[in-house]
Design a protein around this ligand. Structure first.
Ligand code: ADP
Ligand code: MG
Length: 481
């Protein structure tokens, strides 16, 4: 913690010119993003940071040489033009390599992407806000770190999140309505809590009617401690209490931080009493957040509590479709299905996987195929590895061709069921270590020669019929350990 605070003192030395540059920079970033698209931006540009201006030249930083060279080649001119448009005195852009603490393996854009770190520009703006908690403008600075990618428009709604989404929309439309204050959003990692909070903030800021302050509970603590150090707690309190909407993300961070919790509790009460809106997120429901003071938990549960459930296959597909479309890269439906089957933990990981595929497609100019997917995502997929059973194979294959599971062992011989059955036998041979007689037994006590015939037949068909081959291949990859 001490380290963090020292970091803040350093930041506090940043001068006014820096914050002006940051404002220009966030505008440029927003424009770049609009021009090149979200995925492209996230892959190549998101990690860029602003350095000093000297005469007519501004320095920008990128974490790796690979990224620096790429950005220079692809966007160098555009960056120059955008800066010149913002600040006419700037005529040149110098790109340099500077390794931030979280910058990752050289050239592996997707690895970097999978870090949940805030975009550089936003982080800088946010840090700048800390340094001057004594000025009245901080309110607008508090609203600055909203990530423009996280809007209601880019949030894909499905069963698991529709309630939380509806509540968030409602709060954005009519903040401080009775029954919705506070709004408490909770759910597992990477399911969209932060996204929804930013969406509420962006919507309100766009409307321009209210002042919004969004910060993580961690940042809240740092600010609070920094205020104590600089003996400006009164100002800190006043600032927070003057916003219309206060959003605190990942409240579970305050567990065990009693003083900060206390401060938050008072801020919370003061705001709610004054008819302002509070939005809070956490990884658990208020009642399950043991370690938070009882009175705080009670108050948190007083408004609207909305949970975001784990994603379903359907939601994962919708999210992937939306993001693939936004990227402009053609990702075959089979690949999306494959990803949605394989990566079930959370949306962040799903998004990271897709971004990596897209980055590779862009970089090498090759189409996205199932095979390429498995190569590129080797490490992610390995994490989901497991042993596959004959029962699982039968179930997946039956689902795929829409036949009854019992038909895997039934005597029916019509092609509609016989073909899937043969595929299931073939896959059982390919993916398990069971012997032919064992496989035969699992398929309604069939003879091992039937299994041999099935394996041959499927291989023949795969050679003759590419669409069929692709189906089988998809199933294999889905099931494969
Ligand atoms: P949390 O705060 O719950 O840990 P985030 O809001 O940071 O999760 O979401 C992780 C990533 O997944 C973000 O990039 C976010 O945009 C994306 N994401 C999560 N849910 C959705 C959704 N329903 N639609 C689109 N993107 C989503
Ligand atoms: Mg979050």
């Amino acid at each position: 913690m001490t380290g963090g605070l020292e970091g803040y003192d350093e930041v506090a030395e940043a001068n006014a010119q820096k914050s002006i540059l940051d404002i220009h920079w966030s505008r440029i970033c927003a424009r770049l993003k609009a021009e090149v698209g979200e995925v492209e931006y996230n892959t190549w540009l998101r990690q860029m940071g602003v350095g000093p201006v000297e005469e007519d030249e501004i320095t920008l930083y990128l974490p790796t040489r690979f990224l620096r060279d790429w950005v220079r080649g692809q966007y160098g001119d555009r960056l120059g033009a955008l800066w010149h448009a913002e600040i006419p005195a700037i005529r040149r852009v110098e790109l340099q390599v500077a390794r931030g603490p979280s910058s990752s393996a050289e050239g592996d854009a997707a690895t970097a992407e999978s870090h949940p770190a805030a975009p550089v520009a936003a982080a800088v703006v946010e840090a700048t806000a800390v340094e001057e908690p004594r000025t009245a403008e901080v309110r607008s600075d508090l609203a600055a770190p909203l990530d423009p990618r996280f809007t209601f428009e880019t949030f894909v709604v499905g069963k698991p999140n529709e309630f939380a989404y509806a509540c968030a929309r409602r709060v954005a439309e009519r903040p401080s309505s009775p029954g919705f204050n506070p709004l408490f959003l909770y759910g597992g990692v990477g399911l969209g809590k932060t996204h929804l909070m930013h969406a509420i903030g962006s919507e309100l800021v766009r409307e321009g009617r209210v002042s919004v302050a969004y910060m993580s509970a961690e940042k809240f603590m740092y600010r609070f401690i920094a205020a104590i150090r600089s003996q400006s707690t009164m100002e800190f309190k006043e600032q927070l209490r003057s916003v219309d909407v206060l959003m605190i993300d990942d409240l579970q961070f305050l567990i065990g931080k009693d003083n900060t919790q206390e401060e938050f509790f008072h801020t919370f009460n003061a705001l709610v009493d004054a008819g302002r809106q509070i939005v809070v997120s956490a990884d658990k429901s208020p009642s399950d957040l043991s370690g938070l003071e009882d009175r705080l938990r009670t108050r948190l549960g007083c408004g609207m509590v909305a949970d975001i459930h784990a994603t379903t296959f359907e939601l994962r597909i919708s999210i992937l479709e939306a993001k693939a479309t936004a990227s402009g890269v053609d990702v075959p439906a089979k690949v999306l299905e494959f990803l949605a089957h394989k990566i079930t933990s959370n949306v962040r990981e799903l998004e990271g996987a897709l971004n990596r595929l897209i980055a590779h497609a862009n970089l090498f100019g090759r189409p996205v195929t199932l095979e390429a997917t498995q190569d590129v995502l080797h490490d992610i997929l390995k994490a989901n590895n497991r042993r596959v059973t004959i029962e699982e194979i039968q179930r997946k294959v039956a689902e795929h061709w829409n036949i009854r599971l019992t038909d895997m062992s039934s005597a029916r011989r019509s092609t509609v069921v016989a073909r899937p059955r043969q595929v299931a036998m073939y896959l059982s041979k390919q993916l398990t270590s069971r012997s032919l007689p064992e496989i035969g037994r699992k398929f309604g006590n069939r003879d091992h020669t039937t299994v041999i015939y099935a394996v041959r037949r499927v291989m023949e068909l795969m050679e003759q019929d590419p669409a069929f081959a692709e189906d089988v291949e998809l199933l294999r990859r889905m099931l494969e350990s």
